[in-house]
Write a protein that binds this ligand. Structure first.
Ligand code: MLT
Length: 411
């Protein structure tokens, strides 16, 4: 008799995006004509072609693989030095941040990293998440038994929910109680909010005071337009001693289908054993990574490295300008429609208040049925997301302009 992990039975119906896909499929099967007009602004999946510099580097890497003399088998699990060094030099040292190449671990995505990181933390931690939140943080904690059951509103016993509202700019207040792990994501998915240096400084001070670890998801840092907003948690002094940072090539380099990301675990960062001994987290993650992961492919890592070339940087810039131009149009269209609008200025997500007490899923249905546009219902990100919906700016310009026309025409 094989026992199952019963924590999975606590999970709510479906992971948000497959659930949206299921509803859209049902709609398109029942409405063939409307299906032809459908525009997807739900999942934050990039739409524009891979940068040329990446394609060129990947072609070259494929050719290397086709020659016995330059062929590569298993690579280093932590990632090839060429990519770890390019990241340390460009994303950190060039900005005056003290992160070394060997503190960086290459992976196949931030979704996996933010879920897998729980492997190196023990049971019994008090865990705080923002509400609304990227659902992966919650569901992976449920899966590994860090929570009790969910209540009617979908909130899990045992988690500390930090409400994010227009009043606090969607950046949570520092909790009065002590928590051990805190997930923060800025620029934020789903609200598109950013955290100021002062706000992040307060979080670092809190974490250092309590021996907490900040799990800082910076997957959208490339979309920051305002130079005063920190792009990395390590811009805050003391963060090396209390924060893990997650970064991804998915949204800046268009790698959602290619798969490459990284995690930074400073060597100075420690957790604690039950007897109170401090233990560095870096060797634990290194052990975990090399046991459960065989490294991202050489071809993919060569593609990622090319994003740091001069051509790669200017091609990323063009992609970001494209998506942020879309975001600006969506913000304007929603404002003109009289809706309250947040985000979209330093992030590719526009967070919109539903009109007159319409719920998030009612708004989802309205947009699907009347405008044939797929959006993401805010309640899918947590109970504080009820009454909001998210529009993703990842799309072609023509599609976004059409979405704006349809929003204007909505009743
Ligand atoms: C989203 O739409 O929230 C993102 O695409 C999710 C992800 O990056 O995994």
């Amino acid at each position: 008799m094989a026992l199952i992990n019963e924590n999975y039975l606590k999970l709510k119906a479906g992971y948000l995006f497959p659930e949206i896909a299921r509803r859209v499929k049902a709609f398109t099967e029942a409405n063939a004509d409307a299906a032809k007009r459908l525009i997807r602004c739900g999942i934050g999946d990039v739409t524009e072609a891979l940068p040329e510099a990446v394609r060129y580097a990947m072609h070259e890497a494929v050719d290397e693989m086709g020659d016995r003399g330059t062929f590569k088998g298993y690579g280093p699990e932590q990632g090839y030095d060429f990519l770890r060094t390019a990241i340390a030099d460009n994303d950190y040292k060039a900005r005056g941040l003290n992160i070394e190449a060997d503190e960086i671990f290459i992976s196949d995505g931030s979704k996996c990293d933010t879920g897998n990181i729980l492997d190196i933390f023990g049971a019994g931690n008090k865990i705080a998440i923002t509400d609304p939140v990227y659902p992966v943080y919650v569901d992976t904690n449920v899966m590994c038994g860090n929570t009790g059951d969910a209540n009617e509103a979908g909130a899990y016993a045992g988690l500390v929910y930090l409400k994010c509202t227009p009043e606090n700019g969607f950046v949570p207040e520092i909790p009065a109680e002590k928590v051990d792990l805190v997930y923060l994501c800025y620029p934020n998915n789903p609200t598109g909010a950013t955290a100021t240096r002062e706000q992040l400084t307060a979080w670092v001070a809190y974490a250092r005071k309590h021996g907490s670890i900040l799990l800082y998801d910076a997957a959208y840092e490339a979309f920051i337009q305002d130079p005063a907003i920190p792009r990395s948690i390590y811009e805050v002094e003391g963060a090396r001693d209390c924060a893990i940072e997650f970064r991804s090539f998915s949204k800046n380099g268009g790698f959602t289908g290619v798969r490459c990301a990284f995690i930074v675990i400073p060597k100075t960062l420690t957790g604690t054993t039950k007897d109170g001994t401090k233990q560095a987290l870096h060797p634990l993650w290194s052990r975990r990574h090399s046991t459960k992961f065989n490294g991202a492919s050489y071809i993919v890592q060569k593609g990622a490295e090319a994003l740091y070339s001069d051509e790669g940087k200017s091609q990323i810039k063009a992609l970001i300008e494209h998506y942020m131009g879309n975001a600006a149009l969506l913000v304007e269209a929603c404002q003109k429609a009289g809706l309250s609008v947040f985000g979209g200025a330093n992030a590719p997500y526009v967070w919109v208040g539903c009109p007159n007490g319409v719920t998030s899923w009612q708004m989802f249905d309205k947009m699907l049925n009347e405008a044939n546009v797929v959006i993401t219902p805010g309640s899918g990100f947590g109970s504080a997301g009820e009454g909001y919906f998210r529009i993703s700016a990842f799309n072609s310009r023509a599609n976004v302009e059409e979405v704006c026309r349809r929003i204007a025409a909505l009743n």
